[in-house]
Write a protein of this length. Sequence first.
Length: 86
Amino acid sequence: MARLTIEVDCGDGAFMSIADPRTFEAGGVEWRLRYGNPEQVRFVAAALVESYDYLLSGEITQKEAERRLRLMRQVRRAALEEGADG
């Protein structure tokens, strides 16, 4: 079974979730929530919202939020490149 999320290691034991772009390349989580079977992706959506909300919270600094966002983008890009390679 394809994995639906990738857990991004942000250091110091912190992890954030991103949708695995190889799994959701056709439509994405948002499409599945609206038009597909939301029950199938509810935990994925919850994990993504939790990570997003934490980036916006006052629990971390702006600098830390930007650092984590950069890490998440790097991991997403690497997953897409890995998927393109086979």
